[in-house]
Design a binder for this molecule. Sequence first.
Ligand SMILES: NC(=O)c1ccc[n+]([C@@H]2O[C@H](COP(=O)([O-])OP(=O)(O)OC[C@H]3O[C@@H](n4cnc5c(N)ncnc54)[C@H](O)[C@@H]3O)[C@@H](O)[C@H]2O)c1
Length: 153
Amino acid sequence: MQQVSLALVGAGARGSRYTTCATEGGRARLAAVAEPDPRRRAGMLAEHPGALGFEDWRELAARPRVADAVIIATMDADHVEPAVRFAELGYHILLEKPMAVRLEDCRRIIEAAQKSGVVFAVCHVMRYTPYTRAVKAVLDSGRIGEIVSGACP
Ligand SMILES: NC(=O)c1ccc[n+]([C@@H]2O[C@H](COP(=O)([O-])OP(=O)(O)OC[C@H]3O[C@@H](n4cnc5c(N)ncnc54)[C@H](O)[C@@H]3O)[C@@H](O)[C@H]2O)c1
């Protein structure tokens, strides 16, 4: 199995969760984390020995590329600058939704990703898609019995 190396920008609720999902089966390893909160950063580094730690995504972006891909999970207004910069650096990108809070910033991100040719994905909420509605309708119908527990990655 080929292992993907990841950089994490923003080790908060979402970033930590995605990192765990990606690394727990060995499909990916964490190469670097950029997180200003010292406890969150230290926690991530303790879980992923050998990963590089940075206080700010700009410090990570000041280096030549250290990973195949980056997870960007900062707060909404802080998506556009790292997304554009990491695309320019050649990182494949998983960007937490919303892409940005202004349409022109979404366009800047798309342009940067297309120009550099990286794989670019946004973590969209899927709960209102036809697929999810169909699954819910089946569950609500009782067709598979009573639901007693559920898990969300
Ligand atoms: N929490 C959820 O359930 C949820 C669900 C869907 C989408 N989202 C989206 O995910 C994104 C993150 O949400 P969250 O709940 O994980 O927030 P969070 O506050 O837990 O995490 C954001 C992290 O980014 C870090 N950060 C701030 N500036 C930084 C910088 N310069 N460099 C690197 N890291 C920096 C913060 O210190 C923080 O740890 C937001 O865009 C949010 O809308 C969150």
